[in-house]
Design a protein around this ligand. Sequence first.
Ligand code: ZN
Length: 258
Amino acid sequence: MRWAVIAALIAFVILAALGGAALIIVAAHVPIAANRPSAYNDALARKILSCRNVLFVGAHPDDIEFYCSGLIVSLKRRGSQVTFAVGTRGGKGRQGKAKQRLENLRSHHQLDAARVLGGVDVVLFDYPDKDLSSRVEEFAAKLRQLIAQRKPDMIVAWDPHHIYNPHPDHIAAARAAEMAVNVVSCAICYYGTTQPNLWLGFEDDVFRVKLKAIRAHRTEVPWFLYPFAKRFLTKKDKTEGAKIGAAYAETYRCPNSE
Ligand SMILES: [Zn+2]
């Protein structure tokens, strides 16, 4: 009787282990299989990458690089023109000389990052960091002028409706871009979104350029913080990449492309 109980227990353990392994195999397989690149994602990615003249809108120097460097490098390698419109110079609400010094540094670092990304044209505005929300309409008017001059075929901005990082300046930049685009009726995609419908994949060579662009922002991401930024971005972009079978991916919401 005792042996029968032990034999039953051993059989149970073996079956449980086999069942567990089977479950692990299924669990590991299903999400990947469910997220293999769809024809829809491929077609949308091709459409976005075929844009010849793209305007990116951010609130602070470094916003755009964190979320969009993979797309920017991919566009530049295809010969597209890329412009950044950045609402503030990143003075962080400081006053006097301290503000000027920080703004000069961050402006320089923004230009360095733009070079790293393959030659992005940068337009920096002087709206107050930490208080961009008080100047949304002015920023929108400036964006409308910029759009009229440069005639981009695509605008990429913070998501005004499903924002991932709801800093008040980010929300203000999102609203300004949305107001500008509503008037000129230009195509728009959003970065920093919690509701993506586009996974833009890229490989290691592009990701290395992205990290270099982040590193160019030496005041915002100093040497002792860079390893954390690198780890965060690597995990985030690899996780999204796995969903479409690419090494890395960035996510966007392109509302009019459904
Ligand atoms: Zn920011």
